[in-house]
Design a protein around this ligand. Structure first.
Ligand code: NGO
Length: 542
């Protein structure tokens, strides 16, 4: 549980550090007590290849370790506001535990001293989201072609420092980065996580915490499931009762998950995410999973009578009235307002489990709604049932099945649609780990850490190969979840497994290596006060 005083503790640690003033940092040496205090404990220097997700290429040089000191500067690309922002973010992460001031200054030269973030000069293989990280005795240099690449390199640097760096408490110790070079590049452009705000609302503070946690594993999209049978969670001005009633008291599973995001809160979340190179993908589920809207507005029902609100976890019984023009006025209002407050390029229109809608009605509905998304400047995502209507190739079906094959998803891939992979028996973070897991569901099976990790997105579905895959996403549905502690328990350690599948080249895929690296994340999560599941498959270190 994260104590409310965490923020205060962080602030006072920084204050003390500033009072202490700068002193000179020497080059890293092994062993004895140092100018900054405590001894170097054995095992304190991390391995270059201990990072999650596994980097593409690492070349260790144990004679070239770098030690952070009280005089270390964070130098960022001269003239780049974006590089500066990444530098400030990194400084914000490193200051509380180190107690060092770590001022962020423009890099006047590319001479390696301190931590330097440069745009340009990286190995050509890094592409857009990748980076090159060089550690020598005099400094750490991260080079990339974009702010996103610098941010990803900075997340790697965090993991190369001792786990205590993630604490909000200052510790007097050495902060050594292992020497050598990493050249890294993402396998897929889309690495995603999903939160379900409909079954239980999660507050902006909780969502921000999740963004912080996922972005350290280079996950760069957060899909928000904003409406379902049990609740409506996003303010829409033209249909105001959606939130005051549909998201109001008594909504959510068992009636205990009320709440909604105002437009201002939603915009602020998008900005918070963007500062961490995370794009928000908002979802309004339709034509099914719409009971909250239909119990709030009688006119959204074919017979003009409002259905009763529902707080159980049944699925597949609700549907908007496909034949009624008013339905499309409603849907267009929602899409227009949601698109206007969403800076990201995607808008998810659900489309799963429309069992109360005939195939013909489903097609009629999607043929009207998919073009609306494009009209408001967004690219439509849908759960993979959307593939059945042969949507335009810009539409992204999100595969959530458990079967060995899916003919309509394969046919969509053959036509040129990109597919987002979320097979439920591998990526659904709401599935129980084993029979004794107190939270979660089990309809798609039990998912231990190895089940989440040991598969290849590009061979999961025949006809949906590497070239057809946009990326991988780990959904976390909230039927059984209430708090951020619950979210963390289901996501850790499986979220890093899915993150690695999305980022790392298949050549690095190795369960034995992964579980060893995962084990070393435990002290980081402890320092961050993350509530994680101690899977018996992982040799945890404390
Ligand atoms: C299914 C269903 C959701 C449930 C979830 C629970 C999809 C795409 N539709 O996934 O409504 O919440 O399972 O695991």
């Amino acid at each position: 549980m994260r104590s409310p005083s965490t923020v205060l503790r962080r602030a006072s640690a920084l204050f003390l550090a500033l009072l202490a003033g700068p002193a000179l940092a020497g080059p890293a040496t092994a062993g004895p007590p140092t100018a900054t205090g405590g001894p170097t404990a054995p095992g304190d220097v991390r391995q270059l290849d201990s990072v999650i997700p596994a980097p593409m290429q690492t070349t260790a040089d144990t004679r070239a370790n770098f030690r952070l000191g009280p005089a270390t500067l964070i130098r960022t690309q001269f003239g780049s506001a974006e590089a500066r922002r990444v530098g400030e973010h990194l400084a914000g992460v490193l200051r509380p535990a180190t107690g060092y001031p770590l001022p962020v200054v423009p890099a006047a030269s590319s001479r390696p001293f301190g931590i330097t973030l440069l745009l340009g000069g990286a190995d050509a293989r890094v592409g857009r989201g990748g980076y090159q990280l060089d550690v020598t005795r005099s400094g750490v240099t991260i080079r990339a072609t974009s702010g996103e690449g610098l941010f990803n390199g900075a997340q790697t640097l965090r993991q190369l420092l001792p786990a205590a760096v993630e604490s909000s408490e200052r510790s007097r110790r050495t902060w050594t980065v292992p020497g050598g070079r990493i050249v890294d590049q993402p396998r897929f452009g889309y690495r995603g996580a999903m939160l379900d705000l409909a079954r239980h609302f999660h507050t902006p503070t909780e969502i921000r915490t999740y963004i912080d946690l996922i972005s350290q594993y280079k996950v760069n999209h957060l899909h928000l499931h904003l409406s379902d049978d049990q609740g409506w969670r996003i303010q829409i001005d033209s249909w105001p009762r959606l939130t005051t009633v549909g998201g109001g008291p008594g909504t959510g599973v068992d009636g205990v998950g009320p709440g909604y995001l105002t437009k201002a809160e939603y915009r602020a979340l998008n900005a918070y995410a963007a500062a961490r190179y995370v794009t928000i993908v908002p979802e309004i589920d339709m034509p099914g999973h719409t009971n909250a809207a239909q119990s709030t507005y009688a006119e959204l029902n074919c017979d003009g009578v409002a259905v009763p609100p529902r707080t159980d976890i049944a699925v597949g019984y609700s549907s908007l009235c496909v034949e009624d023009e008013l339905t499309y006025t409603f849907v267009e209002d929602v899409i227009r307002e949601l698109a206007a407050m969403t800076p990201g390029p995607y808008l998810h229109i659900g489309g799963d489990e429309a069992h109360a809608t005939t195939d013909e009605q489903y097609r009629t509905f999607m043929d009207r709604v998919i073009p609306m998304v494009a009209r408001y400047g967004k690219r439509a995502f849908g759960w993979h049932e959307i593939a059945k209507v042969s949507p335009p190739t810009s539409v992204v079906p999100q595969y959530w099945g458990t079967g060995a094959t899916d003919a309509s998803v394969a046919a969509a891939a053959a036509r040129g649609n990109k597919v987002l992979m979320s097979p439920a028996n591998r990526t659904y973070l709401d599935m129980k780990y084993d029979r004794s897991t107190p939270l979660g569901l089990s309809w798609a099976g039990l998912i231990e850490v190895r089940d989440a990790y040991d598969w290849d997105p590009a061979t999961r579905l025949p006809g949906v190969g590497e070239e057809s895959i946009l990326g991988v996403e780990a959904p976390l549905w909230s039927e059984t979840l209430r708090s951020i502690d619950d979210i963390e328990f289901m996501a850790f350690p499986r979220l890093p497994a899915i993150a690695e599948l999305g980022w790392s080249t298949p050549q690095t895929h190795d369960w034995e290596s992964f579980r060893q690296r995962l084990a070393q994340q435990a002290p980081r999560w402890t320092a961050q006060e993350v509530n994680f599941y101690r899977s018996p498959q992982v040799p945890w270190v404390d």
